[in-house]
Design a protein around this ligand. Structure first.
Ligand code: GAL
Length: 672
């Protein structure tokens, strides 16, 4: 995690600004509108490589000088991106080997963006060069808020450069082919490697891939992209520029990076977050993205992109209401964001993302969408003091942790598991959603981290884990923690090798259960449990060893056998859920687990009134965010002042409205 809590002294407000697509008249209007909306930050240069370096080694930054001067003289700061996510056509013509290759061997050509092979020396060299050029020119500009290296690392290459770098990575990891062959279990299906050069990235093949090979390739890609990021970071630092450095992670669907190790290399952890539903679950999704990012950052973070007006669902662009845009923006901030930044400032007139939402829509400033932007700018100014973090950087005081591990995702997506109908992301989200619905403050936790602040630790579907992780969970319980492990956890080690002598091998002793048989259910099948809960997809034939049954299977092949078990260990406990509960049953289970661990929701009863209550810690006070996601007004009572309206102690919160209360003390109540 970054060394210091990120504290820009205000909330950053603005977004990706791509003026290279507009005329000078529009530039002038942009600045006037930014001032009207109290925009204070623009992210520039994200995909400007062809403008900046129109021919190899020939730079033209006069236009960028002008853009920066326009912003700076209007008092608007900027994140300066290195443009390396989109090499220009001249680059790929000159270096065709630096284009990425897909698993089926086809080379992706330019014509879109992100057409680079991360391990190609020509690409790495060109990326360092353009980063150095920008840093030498703008690295000490007073308006520079920070460096935005690249954009959303995640282009995976399977070509010859990747193959070479992957082999080198494997050689460093295993030392000898014997060790690699053992770890990859190559005795099966005649996969034994006799020379390093025989090893390929996981290309399209006849049938199932080797799972250890797949997971190692994911690890390699994350490390390789991190090395490319680090080279640019070092190139910038070598010029003497000391502005903070970040790269924007892409949530929620990308799984290319091990975000914990990447976060260690950032000065600011930042994400792009796009909702995947217009429905109420989008609110839970905002909380999920925010809690993850704050946890990776170990404190305040930056929302680098969201959409101002649209939500892309499948094949259509649905509308994000102005109301929702404001509520979501404050929800990110409640959970530690230091910003409300959007992609993009002005809707493009043409091009690939012409229908993407923007702060200034096609209709122009005379629009409800832009009015909402102006209103948000005003709110952010009113609540500015909240941006000042406490010295320890802990902006949310959470008593519950969910273990997050990118490797868990990678291992659960290897094919041909007992069922391939479960995904890590959905299981983690289901656990987080249940906690969100209960109104609990939640962090995500890195395996091996100090978890002593959490009275409840949830481990969803962590299929593969190391012995160290298993031991870490044991010592968490031994020191009085309450652990909840859900199905499909602890089955395999870091080489995807199943732990023998009964499931869930790695955690058998800790959980005090042994299962001989995992019995996935057919798609349309479900079982009932003894307390009325329901489950599908995954069941297990559990035998109790040192645990006792809390809930049993009521119907189906496992009827009468334990479904949920608990083992008490001193003051701590270890609970195992052997089936995939429906979300409603999971909500009930999680709420019971929180109560049993003695944890209170942030504001009792708020969730039942469809109000999300989040307490953000500040340098001088605590701030209670109340977000009314419901369709009815509510009344909040307590001691404090709403920084948005100035109302004190008794607040009427209309449907969709938000309050940010500087608390005099806790103890708020919500009534309908
Ligand atoms: C982001 C990307 C932006 C834009 C946006 C559209 O992933 O960084 O450049 O493409 O998505 O939603």
């Amino acid at each position: 995690m970054p060394n210091q809590p990120y504290s820009p002294g205000r909330f950053l407000f603005g977004g990706d600004y791509n003026p290279e697509q507009w005329s000078r008249e529009t530039w002038a209007e942009d600045i006037a509108l930014m001032r009207r909306a109290k925009v204070n930050t623009a992210t520039i240069g994200v995909f400007s490589w062809a403008e900046l370096e129109p021919r190899e080694g020939e730079y033209d930054a006069a236009w960028l000088d002008e853009v920066i001067e326009n912003l700076h003289s209007a008092g608007i700061g900027f994140f300066l991106a290195t443009p390396t996510a989109s090499p220009p056509p001249w680059f790929t013509v000159a270096h065709p080997d630096a284009l990425p290759v897909r698993p089926d061997g086809t080379r992706v050509l330019h014509g879109s963006r992100d057409t680079y092979a991360i391990s190609a020396p020509a690409y790495r060299e060109a990326a360092r060069r353009v980063a150095t050029f920008l840093a030498e020119r703008y690295g000490s500009h007073p308006g520079l808020r920070g460096w935005h290296i690249h954009n959303e690392y995640g282009t995976v290459d399977h070509g010859p450069h990747a193959a070479r770098a992957f082999r080198e990575w494997l050689e460093r990891k295993y030392g000898t082919l014997e060790r690699l062959n053992a770890a990859w279990y190559t005795a099966f299906w005649s996969q034994r490697y006799g020379a390093w050069d025989e090893i390929l990235p996981p290309m399209q093949t006849q049938y199932l891939h080797n799972p250890a090979h797949l997971v190692d390739f994911k690890r390699f890609c994350s490390d390789e992209m991190l090395a490319a990021f680090t080279e640019q970071k070092e190139a910038i630092r070598a010029t003497g520029s000391s502005a903070p450095i970040t790269t924007n992670f892409m949530l929620p669907t990308w799984n290319h990076l091990d975000q914990w190790s990447w976060s260690d290399a950032q000065d600011i952890v930042s994400i792009d977050h796009y909702l995947d539903t217009t429905g109420p679950d989008g609110e839970a999704h905002v909380a999920y993205g925010s809690d993850l990012t704050r946890s990776w950052a170990g404190g305040p973070w930056v929302l680098m992109e969201q959409s101002a007006t649209g939500i892309r669902v499948g094949d259509r662009q649905l509308t994000k209401s102005p109301d929702r845009m404001i509520r979501n923006s404050l929800a990110y901030i409640a959970r530690g964001s230091q910003s409300s930044l959007f992609f993009q400032w002005r809707a493009s007139a043409a091009g690939s993302e012409v229908w993407h939402g923007a702060m200034v829509p096609h209709a122009g400033a005379d629009s409800a969408a832009f009015e909402a932007v102006v209103r948000l700018g005003d709110i952010l100014e009113r609540i500015g003091e909240v941006a000042d973090p406490p010295a320890d950087g802990v902006v949310l005081d959470a008593g519950i942790g969910i273990v997050w591990d990118a490797e868990g995702w990678w291992s659960l997506e290897t094919p041909h598991l007992p069922t391939d109908a479960i995904t890590y992301r959905d299981e983690v989200r289901a656990a987080h959603r249940a906690l969100w619905r209960g109104g609990y403050a939640t962090d995500f936790v890195r395996p091996g981290a100090d978890a002593s602040r959490y009275r409840l630790l949830v481990v969803p579907a962590l299929y593969a884990m190391t012995r160290e992780t298993a031991r870490w969970l044991e010592s968490y319980v031994e020191s009085g923690g309450h652990l909840v492990v859900t199905f499909a956890s602890g089955l395999a080690d870091q080489d995807q090798r199943v732990v023998a002598d009964g499931y869930p091998g790695m955690l058998r002793g800790l959980l005090g259960v042994r299962s001989e048989q995992i019995s996935p259910l057919a798609e349309d099948d479900a079982v009932e449990l003894s307390n009325g809960w329901r489950a599908g997809t995954w069941t297990e034939q559990l035998r109790l060893e040192s645990a006792s049954a809390v809930v049993r299977y009521e119907t189906g092949a496992m009827a009468g056998l334990p479904a949920v078990t608990r083992r008490d260990l001193g003051r701590g406990s270890a609970t195992y859920v052997s089936a995939k509960l429906t979300q409603t049953s999971l909500d009930a289970f999680i709420a019971e687990s929180a109560v049993a661990a003695g944890i209170e929701p942030v504001v009792a009863g708020a969730a039942a009134s469809e109000v999300e209550a989040v307490r953000r810690r500040g340098a001088g006070a605590d701030y209670l965010f109340l977000l009314n996601h419901g369709t009815r007004p509510v009344r909040a009572q307590g001691a404090g002042v709403d920084l948005i309206t100035g109302a004190e102690d008794v607040l009427e919160l209309g449907a969709g409205a938000v309050a940010v209360i500087r608390e005099s003390r806790g103890g708020w109540t919500i009534s309908s």
